[in-house]
Design a protein around this ligand. Structure first.
Ligand SMILES: [Zn+2]
Length: 105
C-alpha cells in the first residue's frame, strides 16, 4: 500500500506528473506483492527550489529505513529497466536517509 508521511502529500500526489505517479504505484504494488510491506512517501513537491525536480512534480522521496539493500537493488533494477530516465541518468537511487525517484520531462 502507498502511504504518506503527512496528509498534505496525498493532495500533492494528484499534482505530480502522471509518469511519476505510475512509477510510485508500480513500486508500491511490487513491494506489497513480493515483501508484504508498505511504501511511505516522505516528500513530493517542494516550491522553494526551482532547480529541483521536486519543484516541477517530477521527484519523489521514500522512507528508506525499512528497506533492505536487497529490496532496493531489486526494485531499482526493475524500475530502471521498465521506466528508463533517458540520457543515462538513474531513475531511482538511494540518497542519505531516503530513496529519491525522478522522471524526465
Ligand atoms: Zn528527492
Amino acid at each position: 500500500m502507498l502511504l504518506f508521511k503527512y496528509p498534505i502529500l496525498k493532495n500533492e500526489f494528484n499534482e505530480i506528473t502522471a509518469r511519476l505517479r505510475t512509477i510510485l504505484f508500480a513500486i508500491a504494488g511490487w513491494r506489497d506483492f513480493y515483501y508484504h510491506k508498505d511504501v511511505v512517501i516522505t516528500s513530493l513537491i517542494r516550491r522553494d527550489n526551482t532547480n529541483s525536480v521536486h519543484y516541477y512534480g517530477r521527484g519523489a522521496d521514500l522512507r528508506i529505513h525499512d528497506w533492505t539493500n536487497d529490496e532496493i537493488s531489486r526494485v531499482k533494477l526493475w524500475i530502471d529497466t521498465q521506466f528508463p530516465y533517458g540520457k543515462g541518468k538513474p531513475t531511482f537511487y538511494p540518497e542519505s536517509g531516503h530513496i529519491h525517484i525522478q522522471v524526465p520531462l
